[in-house]
Design a protein. Structure first.
Lengths: 89, 616
């Protein structure tokens, strides 16, 4: 599963995307554990130390359009992106 | 609007209001009552209350009767981080409605060290003037020698004249002097950019305010304040603000491009093929080409500002790479030349222009030129012709000539200097459909067609199209399903608006928004510790609600009707052409339904609080 990284996730990982060895659709906690294993630098600033949640205000968006619902599974075709969108000073 | 106020404990902070009449060249200090602070808190809450007391009906925003308020937040000169901020409020020459904005840094702190909670300026001087406030003393000084100078140059000139580098200055640039309706006010390198407060000061011939103050600032409970501040400071150095510290807001560019929500070429597209070329990350990654500098507000651990300049150039010409500014001159003008974008931002800061409105005005002119409504060579007189300054999307060479023309109010620049709404009216020929504004204020750099709750917030915002007063894009992204009912979206928009009022009254930087575990409870405790007046979460919410009601009441007296709460025609008529959100647009009926739900909830909340001010 290809995961696109933006903002701090990209800065910490040093790459624009990572490929996870996930063949089947997964829910967010399993996805994050796999991502943390692939890119340990994302813990604890992007992925919480419990490895089951993103640190606010980081977001996982599918296809860059929407966050997965609680318990929803997703796969490579959903084009997951980890990003951080917030503005205003 | 009178509030039922109970006697409260004594307010510990600076409490004086300085009323200045530039026509009469007089001033007087008035001690504000404790109840005023309990009611309005500070910052935007206080500024809006002071405007509410003074603006009772329609007025000319550039006339002497239009008041300008500077109101300190309650925390400058304390240990509270990310809080050296003040609010400005006036009636906007761009919208004709209330404009309230924020600026930051040392000016806010010294305002309080002068013993002042706020300044209200009315009247108009008969010659260019500097308002010099030195502790308790007020002087009206000749500023004719400062005419044409940038805010930075003005600050240096005044400090040299006083022989004191501790003097803090806010000033307008040449654009404000010439009445550009989106002229900014700058202090300490920070701008209150939106809505044209700089033009209001220019109409008053007030070039600058110079402050020198060394008074003590009272804190009711120093130990509790220090403890809360220390916690916040630690959190503000953690992952919640890492993006701002490490990357800056310019990091939004890549994100919005990926999401298909990057307004491009005056909102005719939502992805920009040249976006990568103008990302600040590109500058950082091109080692050896650009020098990166960091800056930030006084007392802020985040230091969010990332400035760039080519290494071979003078580092003093480094320009801030804030997302909105880069977007305005980059994707929105179809320009993929980072040097040109940075030069445009830097020149706007020198001239005292709001970058969002300036970039939007140029993008609007580019589209008008595409349709034959203005000449391609409008900004290409003899001295620029050789450099190819044709007015067309993607032409980096036209940015600086266009900016100069706007600031000088020359030719087409004079038309654009009144904002895109007025410019479209003057140009005619259907140019209105290219004017991207709400209530006259140009849109910021987020694509509303895919974000319905955010779109509602843009429409209802009392100052026009502002991304900082109803920033609900986050909620749209987390739950983008179309089955959310209108009342739920309206409630989200209202919560976001009232939350922003609370932030802007306390005045805390929104970049530390995630550093609170329970914002209302912790912020109320902080305000209580500093001010000495008990405040809880419910009282904080009520204060924010009162201020929002005052904003709406002021606008209603200035002629606002619900029909003003709308969006640019393009967002209804033209779907996003391509990308992840292709085909999405705002349905006119949908916005009407959302607006109706919003108004019903606002009326209900106002009725419960006894503060209904709606005209609808």
């Amino acid at each position: 599963m290809k995961v696109e990284l933006f903002g701090m996730a990209r800065a910490l990982a040093g790459v624009s995307h990572v490929d996870l060895a996930l063949d089947e659709a997964v829910a967010l906690p399993d996805f994050l554990r796999s991502l943390a294993e692939a890119v340990p630098a994302l813990v604890p600033d992007v992925i919480a130390p419990s490895l089951d949640a993103l640190v606010e205000p980081n977001l996982l968006l599918l296809d860059g359009r929407r966050a997965p619902r609680a318990g929803e599974t997703f796969g490579a075709a959903d084009n997951p992106c980890v990003l951080f969108l917030a503005s205003g000073g | 609007m009178a509030a039922n106020l109970e006697p409260v404990e004594r307010y510990a902070g600076p409490r004086d209001l300085l009323e200045v009449d530039l026509t009469a060249r007089t001033s007087r200090r008035i001690a504000l009552r404790d109840e005023v602070f309990a009611d309005a808190l500070g910052g935007v809450g206080l500024a809006v209350r002071l405007i509410d007391e003074r603006v009772r009906g329609p007025l000319d925003p550039l006339g002497p009767e239009n008041p300008v308020v500077f109101a300190a937040g309650p925390f400058p000169s304390t240990a509270v981080p990310a809080a050296n901020k003040h609010a400005l409020a006036t009636i906007s020459p761009l919208t004709g409605f209330l404009n309230e904005g924020l600026s930051s840094s040392h000016f806010s702190a010294v305002l309080r060290r002068c013993g002042l909670a706020a300044i209200v300026i009315t009247g108009a001087a008969d010659a260019w003037t500097t308002l010099a406030i030195d502790g308790d003393a007020v002087r009206f000084e000749d500023a004719s020698a400062l005419q044409g100078l940038s805010a930075r140059e003005t600050t240096k000139a005044l400090r040299d004249a006083y022989g004191d580098r501790s003097v803090r200055v806010c000033a307008i640039g040449a654009a404000g002097e010439r009445g550009v309706r989106f002229a900014a006010v700058e202090n300490d390198g920070r701008q209150a950019g939106r809505g044209g407060t700089g033009a209001v000061l220019g109409a008053k011939r007030l070039k600058a305010i110079a402050l020198r103050g060394r008074g003590e600032v009272g804190i009711a409970d120093p130990h509790a304040t220090a403890a809360i501040a220390a916690t916040l400071r630690t959190r503000a150095l953690g992952p919640k603000t890492a993006k701002y510290r490490v990357l800056g807001t310019g990091a939004n560019l890549r994100v919005l491009q990926r999401m298909g929500q990057l307004p491009t070429r005056n909102f005719t597209a939502a992805q920009f093929e040249g976006a990568e070329n103008v990302t600040p990350e590109r500058a950082r990654e091109s080692k050896g080409t650009y020098l990166e500098l960091r800056a930030g507000c006084a007392g802020c651990p985040v230091q969010c500002e990332h400035l760039y300049v080519r290494k071979e150039r003078d580092r003093r010409s480094a320009a801030a790479s804030e997302y909105e500014s880069v977007w305005a001159f980059g994707p929105n003008c179809g320009v993929d030349d980072l040097d040109a974008v940075l030069d445009a931002i830097g020149r706007c800061d020198e001239l005292g222009l709001d970058t969002i409105s300036t970039g939007s005005a140029i993008a609007f002119a580019m589209e008008c030129a595409d349709h034959g409504l203005v000449p391609r060579d409008a900004f290409a007189p003899e001295e620029h012709a050789a450099r190819g300054a044709e007015l067309r999307f993607g032409n980096a060479a036209v940015l600086l000539p266009a900016i100069e023309a706007v600031a000088a109010r020359s030719g087409l620049g004079d038309v654009l200097a009144d904002g895109v709404r007025a410019a479209a009216h003057r140009i005619g020929g259907g140019a209105e459909r290219f004017a991207m504004h709400c209530k006259g204020l140009e849109l910021p750099g987020y694509e509303p067609r895919a974000l319905p709750t955010y779109a509602l917030g843009l429409a209802t915002c009392t100052r026009g199209a502002c991304h900082n007063r109803a920033a609900t894009y986050d909620r749209d992204l987390r739950d983008p399903s179309d089955d959310r009912d209108d009342a739920e979206r309206a409630r989200d928009a209202i919560e976001a608006e009232d939350r922003a009022v609370a932030w802007d009254s306390l005045v805390l930087c929104k970049f530390v928004r995630d550093c609170f575990e329970d914002f209302e409870m912790e912020a109320a405790a902080l305000w209580s510790a500093v001010s000495g007046i008990a405040l809880d979460a419910a009282a904080l919410r009520a204060a924010a609600h009162r201020t929002w009601e005052r904003k709406r009441a002021i606008n209603a007296r200035l002629g606002w009707t619900p029909r003003d709460d709308t969006l640019p025609e393009r967002l209804f008529a033209e779907p996003i052409p391509s990308g992840p959100n292709a085909g999405r647009r705002i349905e006119l009926d949908r916005l009407a339904a959302l607006s109706a739900a919003y108004e019903a909830l606002r009326r209900e909340a106002g009725a419960l609080a006894g503060t209904v001010v709606h005209s609808a």
